[in-house]
Design a protein around this ligand. Sequence first.
Ligand code: 4AD
Ligand code: MG
Length: 477
Amino acid sequence: MARTKIKEVLQREDSGYEVNIKGWVRSFRNNQFIALNDGSCMNNLQVVVELGSADDELLRRISVGASLSVNGVVVESQGKGQRVEVKASAVEVLGECDNEVYPLQLKNRPSLEHLREIAHLRFRTNTFGAVFRVRHALAYAIHKFFNDKGFVYLHTPIVTASDAEGAGEMFRVTTLPFDNAPRNDDGSVDFKEDFFGRSTNLTVSGQLEAELGAMAFSEVYTFGPTFRAENSNTPRHLAEFWMIEPEVAFNDITDNMDLAEEFIQYLIRYVLDNNREDLEFLAQRLADEEKQKPQNERSEMGLIEKLEFVLNNKFERITYTEAIDILLDSPVYKKKKFQYDVKWGIDMQSEHERYLVEKHFKKPVIVTNYPKDIKAFYMRQNDDGKTVAAMDILAPGIGEIVGGSQREERLDKLTQRMEEMHIPTEEMYWYLDTRRFGTVPHAGFGLGFERMVLFVTGMTNIRDVIPFPRTPKNADF
Ligand code: 4AD
Ligand code: MG
């Protein structure tokens, strides 16, 4: 008999039919009731083994974590808690699970931190089941959003010679022996001997290549892994994370903001419409976690309320200069309660961003026109000579979720800025060619995928929303 997914059995309205189901045991009570889960949905299907019908040897092998194949009839349930259950006619143990050593027991619920150390097993928990089903749904919705708008999905390279952000936070890619690398006369490493005949690294962003695509297709997006060797051990940073980067010819900074806002709201709506069960579970998880916190640190809204609120309210739009004025005028600043100083020109710290979003506006905020000295070389220079047409979107509980800008399309201004910032213009000829041959105003942004998953699931640590987190000193499996 072909396998039926548990989700399908639970969704069907009828009963009285025969099925084969397969999955892993979540609990086994009274030598009779098995809760079986196959990951197709949050809920388990109850399997009832008729007392006396199974031999002791079989019953002994059924334990939490074991995998089973069950044949039986779907019947209306006698008990509370489920509409239907499976009356088993045959139970086969596919793989046993020794409960003396299996770490996922109901009695001893492992913490999220502990689960990170056994990340190969955490998919089997309700929390991570929900998180990764939502992550999947978001990935699908991202492609659907751009496909429906006629964007071309462009695969940008993972190994590259450029530092797109110019921040020098790159992982080197090399096949040279590091204890005996070939040297130039001056003692420096001779990368002409390296695999690609030059120094290469893992990409920090696909933006520059996406710009080339936009100069032909008008509208493109990337969605792929990006890598940053920044030594930031925070609940918001990963060394390997996924980013979505749309790039649109003929768009200015306002079009860019409109697109980003529409995109984020679309993703939230998609998950509210399609992952209700998972979200309700995650909302309850968050509510339980919040109860542990002191009253003044608890959030005012539950997870689903928060998502609906973001969906139904326009994002606030302010300039960087206005943001600094709000901070300078805040009671927190006046009582000297910010850890980091506030003045025009600073790169806002997370405490500043959180004040703006969580205390002052209480909704997502788009900050524009940042000082040029704290932003990347490719951003369009404003007429004031001090600021660039940048836009960051700050989200409650997350901080920066999107970074983007209108791009500098004027060749002379761009090369001048690159020279000021010591970015090699000859090596970047392929990028500058877009400004030489039919340049147009254009704009784009990057949405950090894991930060979006964090926001939607209400999880608090970014390591808990990516299957295999890569962070400083951590890449075991
Ligand atoms: O602001 P960033 O550095 O912007 C860029 O890379 C541009 N090239 C994007 C563009 O305009 N096409 O990164 C974009 C977003 C951030 O807003 C944040 O959400 C996420 O990527 N991000 C990280 N997420 C997890 N861990 C990290 N270390 C991250 N660094 C950035
Ligand atoms: Mg940024």
